[in-house]
Design a protein around this ligand. Structure first.
Ligand SMILES: *[C@@H]1O[C@H](CO)[C@@H](O)[C@H](O)[C@H]1NC(C)=O
Ligand SMILES: *[C@@H]1O[C@H](CO)[C@@H](O)[C@H](O)[C@H]1NC(C)=O
Ligand SMILES: *[C@@H]1O[C@H](CO)[C@@H](O)[C@H](O)[C@H]1NC(C)=O
Ligand SMILES: *[C@@H]1O[C@H](CO)[C@@H](O)[C@H](O)[C@H]1NC(C)=O
Ligand SMILES: *[C@@H]1O[C@H](CO)[C@@H](O)[C@H](O)[C@H]1NC(C)=O
Ligand SMILES: *[C@@H]1O[C@H](CO)[C@@H](O)[C@H](O)[C@H]1NC(C)=O
Length: 276
């Protein structure tokens, strides 16, 4: 079931569109608003994967900025001391021009014991960054939302394959090494152009990535920080140039594509309990 508010919103959009004579329901809209609705076979289909790497420092910057005024649950964004570099966000089945599909199989619950052998590696390279959650919560979220949709590709079918293969992708595409070999290293002073970061990743992987930034707007000052490097992989897991997606430009501040107009910061990691 779609939430009632969403239905009302859709009706309003349809009504206004009809008045202006331009009615057509964009599929990404219905899909997005009904993220948790039961999806039929067709809406579960996808044609490529986003392999999403995140820079933990920028994620925490983003989290801290967006929860400044409403941190009701008292969660904090803390980078575990074991983390020293880029971490995994997830592997996301994607249909060109849209986001998702997501949450494809609600009966398939995350089961930690199925990935027991991978936990040491996942603790280090795929950590959740928020306090007050079980350490495996982030993994169960990625499984529910994305892993259950990846099952249609045999090499990603089931929990162990999904997580093991994603860990393997991380080793295969070592973002830290790729960037540093192009001279792109974390710094609190030096910034880098979008073109240079893209070219560095394209050179090393063969595919042009999507770059996601946390963008900070104060009156006279626009700053952006590199938050995610998303590689686009075909169904043989080979990188290719990410499609230029209309959708990318419609998303929230979290999903902002990096701008080419302002240099991009890659701030050094502050791990552990430095603030305590
Ligand atoms: C985010 O806030 C936590 C405290 O809640 C602090 O320890 C951490 O250093 C902050 N991180 C960033 C990147 O601002
Ligand atoms: C849905 O989940 C069940 C486990 O609960 C699994 O056996 C089944 O193969 C999954 N279906 C699809 C289409 O992936
Ligand atoms: C979780 O996986 C373990 C090991 O494969 C299995 O023994 C157990 O029955 C599973 N638990 C559930 C709730 O499916
Ligand atoms: C993984 O990390 C959690 C939380 O820090 C810890 O409780 C657990 O023992 C770790 N497991 C392994 C196998 O390293
Ligand atoms: C997990 O991935 C590794 C490569 O990183 C591979 O050698 C191994 O066979 C995989 N394990 C399973 C059970 O698929
Ligand atoms: C990408 O490769 C070209 C050709 O080898 C090289 O000239 C360029 O410096 C590389 N760019 C980066 C950012 O590493």
């Amino acid at each position: 079931m779609c939430p009632r508010g969403a239905s009302v919103f859709i009706l309003a959009v349809v009504f206004v569109s009809m008045l202006s004579g331009t009615f057509s329901m964009p599929s990404f809209l219905s899909q997005r608003l009904c993220e948790n609705c039961v999806q039929n076979e067709q809406t579960k289909s996808w044609d490529y994967l986003l392999f999403v790497n995140q820079w933990p420092e920028t994620f925490c910057k983003y989290y801290n900025a967006s929860h400044k005024h409403d941190n009701k649950d008292g969660q904090e964004c803390i980078i575990p001391p074991i983390v020293s570099t880029w971490t995994i966000h997830g592997t996301w089945p994607t249909k060109t021009g849209t986001e998702g599909p997501t949450s494809c199989n609600n009966t398939w619950q995350f089961n930690l014991s199925q990935v027991k052998d991978l936990v040491p590696a996942m603790n280090k390279t795929w950590p959740g960054l928020l306090t007050g959650e079980e350490y495996w919560y982030f993994w169960s979220h990625e499984w529910d939302k994305h892993g259950t949709c990846a099952a249609s590709l045999p090499v990603l079918y089931g929990e162990h394959n999904y997580f093991n293969k994603t860990l393997q992708l991380k080793q295969q595409h070592n973002i830290d090494k790729i960037l540093s070999s192009s001279g792109i290293i974390p710094s609190s002073t030096v910034k880098y152009t979008r073109d240079k970061i893209e070219e560095s990743v394209k050179n090393a992987t063969g595919g042009m990535p999507d770059l996601i930034c946390f963008q900070e707007n104060s009156d006279s000052d626009f700053k952006q920080y590199l938050q995610e490097i998303r590689l686009c992989l075909d169904k043989s897991l080979k990188p290719f140039d990410c499609p230029k997606s209309k959708f990318m430009h419609l998303t929230s501040e979290y999903d902002s594509p990096c701008s080419s107009k302002t240099p991009i910061a890659l701030p050094p990691l502050t791990t552990g309990n430095a603030a305590v």
